[in-house]
Design a protein. Structure first.
Length: 86
């Protein structure tokens, strides 16, 4: 008798859980990015202020940091969800 196969249909609860992890990563990334740029503990705000176009540099810095946090939280949430399904 062959082993039972899992259905190919994705459970909607998994997608909602991954969306929650993504939103959590976005919130953490935005908070961390704005904290780094507003507190100026590491001189990042000074570097951004002295760049050629500070507004674009600020947007790119916050965007990249936020995106990296969001992707990391999504991948971590995916691993946690798959381990929980076992």
């Amino acid at each position: 008798m062959p082993p039972k196969r899992r259905s190919a249909v994705v459970n909607p609860a998994i997608l909602i859980e991954l969306a929650c992890h993504t939103l959590m990563g976005i919130a953490m990334g935005l908070g961390f990015a704005f904290g780094l740029t507003q507190l100026d503990a590491f001189g990042i705000a000074t570097l951004i202020a002295h760049s050629v176009d500070p507004h674009v540099t600020f947007v790119i810095f916050v965007g990249v940091l936020t995106l990296s946090f969001a992707v990391g939280a999504t991948m971590t949430g995916f691993v946690f969800t798959m381990m929980e399904e076992r």
